[in-house]
Design a protein around this ligand. Structure first.
Ligand SMILES: NC(=O)c1ccc[n+]([C@@H]2O[C@H](COP(=O)([O-])OP(=O)(O)OC[C@H]3O[C@@H](n4cnc5c(N)ncnc54)[C@H](OP(=O)(O)O)[C@@H]3O)[C@@H](O)[C@H]2O)c1
Length: 282
């Protein structure tokens, strides 16, 4: 019997890539970025990651797993931390159990936000929320054959995100109240997906990577930029985190940067906003 070479290119076949959470906003962007590969895109209906995958996919036949499935309801995780952990911790362990190189995604919310300069990979995490704690445990569950990509404030043309919420609210009212004392890096999923492609294709070392848009702003700044770029007439009333009480605490400052010399650099968040809006208009 002739054995297939483990490197798909040398074996003369396309790379086989499994994407979890494929109907989420990052899942969508990764499907586009990896369209040149042989992609198995699994929505939640096709694989609920709280359960092992079983024998649906021949395990030896996967070259890469892009694990985006996650419990992303930050407030909901406070009242059901076990439910969040089943997805974010056990789900990541199940993705790692497929034994292919893994890309898994984590969050700036693993930090407590007390720093005043960007968080880098060597900074100690200290999540303030149940969601942040499950994501941190999920990082450990990914194992050693994984790129653990911490990213921040994702938005894209599909799914639930701040950009789409602002556009919906602006269609209904003249003014929106937005938190002006939390600072982060709004990151366009299309730019993140391209950076993931670089990490994988150039076989950068496995481990922790901070990958977020250049620049930083508050949610209120981001809302104003959205209305400026779209020409939508809507005022932004800046409020404090205390005025906008939510079940889960959020870090006041969660700007992340990479201290790795070979980290992929993303465009500025405002460029990401323009690219996303252009995609939404197509
Ligand atoms: N969104 C952000 O601002 C942000 C910031 C930093 C890091 N991240 C991380 O980036 C990754 C991608 O986030 P995203 O914004 O693309 O999230 P998303 O749009 O909420 O997508 C997550 C996907 O996972 C699915 N899912 C939930 N539970 C599942 C389960 N048990 N089995 C299989 N699929 C399940 C969801 O399906 P349903 O819709 O049916 O529930 C959804 O399609 C996540 O790891 C997230 O923690 C996100």
């Amino acid at each position: 019997m002739e054995l297939e070479h483990p490197d798909p290119v040398r074996a003369g076949r396309r790379r086989r890539v499994l994407i979890t959470g494929a109907d989420g906003q990052l899942g969508h962007a990764l499907r586009q970025a990896f369209a040149g590969d042989d992609v198995l895109a699994f929505s939640r209906a096709e694989w609920d990651v709280t359960q092992p995958l079983g024998d649906i996919v021949p395990r030896d036949g996967l070259d890469l797993v892009l694990h985006t499935a996650a419990w992303t309801d930050v407030d909901g995780a406070e009242s059901d931390p076990q439910g969040a952990a089943a997805v974010n911790v056990a789900g990541t362990a199940h993705a790692a159990a497929l034994k292919a190189p893994l890309v898994t995604f984590s969050t700036d919310y693993v930090f407590d936000g007390r720093k005043h300069s960007p968080y880098v990979e060597s900074d100690g995490p200290n999540p303030a929320s149940a969601y942040g704690r499950t994501k941190l445990h999920g990082e450990a569950a990914a194992g050693t054959n994984a790129w653990v990509v911490r990213t921040s404030w994702l938005f894209g043309p599909t799914g639930h995100n701040f950009l789409r919420t602002m556009l919906r609210l602006a269609a209904e009212r003249d003014e929106v109240s937005v938190v002006g004392d939390q600072r982060g890096c709004p990151t366009f999923v299309g730019h993140l997906a391209e950076a993931v492609h670089v990490l994988v294709d150039e076989d950068r070392p496995k481990g922790l990577w901070h990958v977020a848009a250049a620049g930083d702003c508050t949610w209120a700044d981001f809302a104003e930029a959205i209305f400026e770029e779209t020409g939508v007439e809507c005022r932004v009333r800046r409020i404090t985190t205390a005025e906008f009480a939510r079940p889960a605490p959020r870090p006041a400052y969660s700007v992340i940067r990479s201290e790795r010399a070979d980290a992929p650099l993303l465009p500025h968040w405002r460029e990401g906003l323009r690219a996303c809006l252009a995609e939404m208009c197509r």
